[in-house]
Design a binder for this molecule. Structure first.
Ligand SMILES: C[S@@+](CC[C@H](N)C(=O)[O-])C[C@H]1O[C@@H](n2cnc3c(N)ncnc32)[C@H](O)[C@@H]1O
Length: 260
């Protein structure tokens, strides 16, 4: 253990200074420079170049949203819903964490991830291509017309912070993540509504979308799913502070799963 690193990280306000020091030491390179980046408030994941998600090291880079552990629930629910040999689309994929976790666990699935930001698509491509999955640039499902009516599961962690609350977010997010990845519009639901509308176009009868939301927004998110003609239910994991809406397309189920 490098005691000097731990001392500097603790003084910089890092709650898990020992763990961070061990990770930064293992990262190689100039330890002083790495600690200095943390002292300047850069998120640990950006300093390391990866974020842990469902046991995978997902590559991350400045300017692209850092995947959060709570979003693992989206991937877990999707895995439980996806039928053997099925097709999954991850909208607003960012660095590709959800699609990567699903493709890694289930090589039988066809996984397509899409994001409007080319920098995110590049990162997602680097993660997904070796897993046999695809990342493409698309404003929601604009570039996915060929998949309409063919998808078993749509996943999404879209931006859902109401615009007025962005200045209240932790500094690490405000200073290091693009507004495009955070801003959900006046009520936080602009992109969620878009995802539900896209899901109603993409899903097979009986297919389902799994969309991250927050405790504060969950009732509005459920209403938005119903407004798109889907049949919504809530799933949550209080330990990770995670809440998702699982919304089904009417019709015959394509999954043997008992979830949702
Ligand atoms: C909160 S981040 C989540 C990224 C990823 N799903 C994750 O959990 O790490 C939201 C993502 O939505 C993308 N995005 C915003 N507007 C979009 C749109 N109209 N179409 C597609 N992606 C969009 C952003 O570029 C960003 O990568």
């Amino acid at each position: 253990m490098d005691d000097a690193m731990v001392t500097r990280l603790r003084a910089a306000g890092c709650v898990f200074a020992e763990e961070e020091a061990a990770l930064l030491a293992a990262a190689g390179g100039d330890r002083d420079a790495l600690v200095a980046r943390r002292e300047r408030g850069e998120p640990l994941e950006l300093v390391l170049g990866w974020a842990l998600f469902a046991g995978l090291r997902v590559p991350v880079a400045p300017g692209v949203f850092v995947p959060r552990r709570r979003t693992e629930l989206v991937a877990e629910v999707a895995l439980a819903l996806a039928p053997a040999g099925g097709t999954m689309v991850d909208l607003c994929c960012g660095a590709g964490a959800i699609g990567g976790a699903v493709a890694y666990a289930r090589p039988d699935l066809t996984v397509v991830a899409a994001d409007i930001d080319p920098a995110a698509v590049d990162l997602a491509h680097a993660l997904l291509a070796p897993l046999g999955a695809t990342a493409i640039a698309s404003d929601l499902d604009d570039a996915l017309a060929h998949l309409r009516g063919l998808v078993d599961v749509v996943t999404a962690c879209p931006p859902y912070v109401p615009t007025a609350q962005i200045p209240l977010m932790p500094r690490e997010a405000r200073d290091h993540e693009p507004v495009l990845a955070l801003d959900g519009g006046p009520d936080g639901l602009d992109l969620q509504r878009g995802v539900f509308a896209a899901s109603s176009r993409l899903l097979r009868p009986g297919g389902a979308c799994v969309v991250e939301t927050s405790d504060a927004l969950e009732r509005l998110t459920v209403a938005a799913a119903a407004g798109a003609g889907l049949v919504p239910a809530l799933e949550r994991d209080d330990e990770r502070g995670a809440v998702v809406v699982v919304a089904r397309q009417a019709g015959a189920s394509t999954s043997s799963s008992s979830r949702a």
